[in-house]
Design a protein around this ligand. Structure first.
Ligand code: BGC
Length: 461
């Protein structure tokens, strides 16, 4: 890993653009993308547990433990997207005019009990209805098979901690594919495995709330094994060849400041290596290797890992800086530059579109097309941040595409305000504001640029 790590860090210095002198125009971005992309679509995304309401999975169990979720929120009815999907899809069509919708199929609904290959037909039918409604409205569905949630029964068998449990997910994935692949072409296996592992097994803020490095690496390995197996098996099933199956990887740079100081750059290199490169490298070489003295080790080789994606999904939000701190231990601190603090999203990270451009360039070297499966920001006030965020990030998107990165799609996160995991309902990521009492949806002011861009793009033939 070391060599690639050094190479990737060296070739990816922190960038700063002079935004005051950059003209951002929806028509120009739309034209640039249309002219340069091999094919392209705009869309929006959600995940089942964050919007559906009425779920029962390991997250629901976690939400019932006092102190785990900000403000004591529970996903509960969430956005009632489960029952309101028709109206919601109508909004996607009539107001947003997006052509793709990424959503996840809730495993605990389809397989409510630990019974091998026993599926709940009512729930299976529900997702058929969602898919049919999307198709009726001319919107292409993209299914995520795993977006942070496990059925409670899977959690009680310690879920991804044991390799022998992977077979349950394989069977679920195969079932979903058999059921829906006749009308759905795009499938994401996993969403952000690294986040799942880091927050659930290192920080302990997500279920199962453990803090054990070796266990974290074991879980990571098992999820990557699951991805590799699922990809192989779906590709050999009917519709497999035509399907587009990919892994969704989050990416966020750790940028050292000063850039060439050995302390900051060593720490940043290690962090980038672990959280960004480890998985990407597995897809490029079939190898995953990391060793953290005393705490844990992961050493895995599987040549099948190299060709286990038809596309790679990129979730990008922002970056972090590592600053040099000479007077205390540890000799660095993690934060954001003073100028970035003016443009902090509600999640506490800055608007940094240059990082999105850098990430696209990095993903462009993966050898398969890139689909931006998530990009967006939390901004409750909706005065400045969301609008600036969308303008700058879509500008960066156009620039990367014009420079040859093979990006095939961009999905804004999120369609609706939703249940933001441990942050509860406070974080507002939606293009639509949701009133959780009345369930009214209202298109946000800050979403207008996205609507304009999609409209411009759809107008060009
Ligand atoms: C996750 C989403 C989440 C979003 C915003 C991503 O890490 O896939 O579920 O809502 O970030 O924090």
């Amino acid at each position: 890993m070391t060599l690639t790590l050094i190479a990737s860090t060296l070739s990816d210095p922190e960038l700063r653009w002079d935004w005051k002198n950059i003209k951002i125009d929806a028509r120009e971005i739309a034209t640039t993308i249309k002219r340069n992309a091999k094919s392209f679509f705009f869309g929006t995304a959600t995940a089942a547990h964050q919007v559906e309401g009425g779920n029962q999975n390991q997250w629901t169990d976690w939400e019932n433990i006092p102190g785990k979720i900000r403000n004591g929120d529970k996903s509960g009815k969430a956005c009632e997207h489960y029952t309101r999907f028709k109206q919601d899809i109508a909004l996607m069509k009539s107001e947003l005019d997006v052509k793709y919708y990424r959503f996840s199929i809730e495993w605990s609904r389809i397989q409510p009990r630990a019974e091998r290959r026993v599926w709940n037909r009512t729930e299976v039918l529900h997702y058929h209805n969602v898919i049919d409604e999307l198709l009726r409205q001319g919107i292409t569905p993209m299914i995520t098979l795993h977006h942070f949630t496990n059925p409670s029964w899977f959690q009680s068998m310690n879920s991804w901690e044991h390799t022998e449990n992977v077979v349950w997910f394989e069977e679920f994935a195969e079932f979903v594919f058999r059921e829906y692949s006749g009308k759905v072409k795009y499938f994401c296996t996993f969403n952000e495995v690294m986040m799942y592992v880091n927050i659930g097994y290192l920080e302990g803020r997500f279920p199962p709330g453990k803090t054990n490095t070796q266990l974290a690496l074991d879980v990571l390995l098992n999820m990557m094994i699951a991805h590799t197996r699922v990809y192989r098996s779906l590709k050999t099933m009917p519709n497999g060849k035509e399907a587009q199956i990919g892994f969704v990887k989050e990416y966020g740079q750790m940028d050292p400041e000063p850039a060439n100081h050995w302390v900051t750059s060593t720490f940043a290199k290690f962090m980038n290596g672990y959280s960004n490169e480890l998985i990407l490298e597995y897809f490029m070489t079939g190898k995953m290797q990391i060793s953290i003295p005393i705490l844990g080790e992961l050493n895995y080789t599987n040549p099948l890992g190299r060709k286990s994606n038809d596309f790679i999904g990129l979730n990008y939000y922002s970056h972090t800086n590592v600053f040099w701190n000479s007077s205390v231990f540890p000799p660095f601190w993690i934060g954001h530059r003073p100028e970035e603090r003016e443009l902090l999203t509600d999640m506490g990270y800055p608007v940094y579109a240059e990082g999105f451009y850098r990430a696209l360039k990095r993903f462009g070297r993966m050898g398969v097309p890139v689909i931006v499966t998530e990009n967006g920001c939390a901004d409750d006030k909706d005065v400045l941040i969301r609008d600036t965020y969308i303008r700058r990030y879509t500008y960066a998107l156009g620039k990367a595409i014009s420079e040859g990165v093979d990006v095939r799609g961009y999905m804004f996160w999120s369609f609706l305000d939703n249940f933001e995991w441990a942050d509860g309902f406070q974080m507002r990521f939606g293009l639509y504001q949701v009133n959780y009492t009345t369930q009214e949806r209202k298109l946000r002011r800050g979403a207008r640029f996205y609507v304009e861009l999609v409209k411009e793009f759809n107008r060009i033939n």
